[in-house]
Design a protein around this ligand. Structure first.
Ligand code: EPZ
Length: 420
């Protein structure tokens, strides 16, 4: 199994181009199933989750190929509607292929993607919404058999109990070719939803209201292919900003999606970092010890503070002056990284969904194991700020969302190696 060896003590300094967004590329790759033709996706990140999605597409009869950061998907001859369980289990977000296959063929067989490191990942809202769209759904032991009773999904007026990103995506993917109009109330407002809708409009879909709580979709018979540039990854951007802050360095992030990163730029400014932004560029400098954040940091659906940035911000604040308090409101167990940070010398107390971070003057290296994608990134960040060397195992979690993290960190002057 591969691992990272990190030598702490270097301040990160330099310029880094931001990779394409994993959480935008995945639903867009699923959406290519709806297009009768070829789609060319630029700025597509090279990640293990992206390769899992390409295996699902190829299994359904598409032809998905990569050239550097460009993916080409030819969906002219989609001839299957079932995704094998082993492919569904490779990643949690495989469930959004359900809506896309239904939107293409009116039927699909998938399996429950299962829980993950963040706790149980139910899909009750996905299922309830699709049933309202005329989809008959039978859940057998682990398998989910879906079929539009009239051969094609029908538009419906839907209200989500919670603005679920995945449920909103699944509904959109099924509704763009459904018969009639679909209205989604309390829809997720994340930027990745807007990127998916922009892609679908480029393929001929009729969608409005994305980015707000009410999205309206007028179903079309067929969609065509297109060439599309995927947005940058705001969470990866937050990660490298947090690593820079943790090591009191300075960074210029290029190819950045500045407006979408506002929720955490303001948070980093509260820690005392200086931030200047320009046309898709972010400059941040952190010369002195960070200040703790006075107000409770509550993770909320967009436009609130994103849950995906919680762990990496925490890693920057464990050596800040003062006490910071986090409240994780999206996932049941998204503090699994705290044990590793404590092992490096952090002072963290977890009480249910609240984590209290008392800043310590310094950290020391340790041997730790990545628990999940963003928790693993937080461990790398803490290791970069620590005195001495750290070993981080189970880095397959990190590779799911970060393109060659060791190369990005080394480019910024950090000492980090991939071993094995
Ligand atoms: C997406 O996951 C992202 N993944 C996650 O990013 C992100 O943390 C999450 O949205 C929240 O922003 C991708 O886009 C691939 P949800 P998703 O449905 O769609 C509960 C990362 O680090 N829920 O908005 O699974 C659910 O259990 C990943 O890149 C139900 O109860 O998130 C969770 O507690 C991690 N029933 C909450 O809602 C449902 O039917 C939010 O889930 C659906 C969700």
């Amino acid at each position: 199994m591969q691992k990272f060896i990190v030598e702490g003590g270097s301040r990160l300094r330099g310029e880094l181009p931001l990779q394409g967004s994993k959480n935008s590329a995945l639903p867009i790759m699923a959406a290519t199933l709806l297009c009768h033709g070829e789609c060319v996706l630029e700025n597509c990140p090279r990640l293990t989750d992206i390769y899992s999605a390409s295996r699902i597409l190829n299994c359904l009869g598409c032809r998905c190929t990569f050239s550097d950061n460009t993916a080409a998907v030819d969906s002219l001859s989609v001839d299957r509607t079932a995704v094998p369980e082993e492919l569904m289990r490779e990643m949690r977000s495989s469930i959004i292929f359900m809506g896309a296959i239904l939107g293409r063929a009116g039927e699909c067989t998938v399996s429950v993607p299962g829980g993950c490191e963040l706790g149980p990942r139910p899909i009750d809202m996905h299922i309830a919404a699709l049933r309202k769209m005329g989809i008959e759904i039978h859940e057998t032991c682990g398998g989910i058999l879906c079929r539009a009773s009239s051969g094609r999904a029908r538009g419906a007026k839907l209200s989500l109990a919670f603005p679920s990103v995945g449920a909103t995506e699944n509904i959109i993917l099924c509704a763009v070719t459904a018969d009639g109009e679909t209205v989604i109330n309390n829809a997720a407002r994340e930027p990745e939803i807007c990127d998916l809708c922009s892609f679908l409009r480029a393929c001929g879909a009729e969608i409005s209201g994305d980015g707000e709580s009410r999205i309206i979709i007028n179903g079309k018979e067929k969609l065509h292919g297109c060439r599309y540039r995927i947005m940058s990854d705001r969470i990866v951007g937050a990660t490298y900003l947090a690593m820079t802050a943790a090591t009191r360095g300075e960074i210029i992030l290029t190819n950045a999606c500045v407006p979408e990163m506002e929720p955490f730029l303001s948070v980093f400014e509260q820690t005392g970092c200086s931030i200047y932004t320009g046309e898709n560029k972010i400059y941040m400098r952190c010369g002195t010890r960070l200040k703790a954040i006075p107000d409770r940091i509550r993770t909320m659906p967009h436009p609130g503070f994103p849950t995906d940035a919680q762990a990496v911000l925490m890693a920057a604040l464990i050596t800040a002056e003062g006490t910071s308090v986090f409240e994780e409101n999206i996932f049941d167990c998204r503090y699994r990284h705290t044990d590793a940070l404590v092992k490096m010398g952090a002072d963290i107390q977890v009480l249910g969904k609240v984590a209290i971070i008392r800043g310590v003057p310094k950290l020391h290296g340790a041997n730790v194991e990545a628990t999940d994608l963003r928790g693993g990134a937080a461990m790398v960040s803490a290791a970069l700020a620590a005195e001495g060397a750290s070993e981080i195992r189970q880095i397959c979690h990190i590779d799911r969302g970060y393109e060659k993290m060791e190369e990005a960190v080394s480019r910024l002057g950090g000492k980090m190696l991939r071993i094995g």
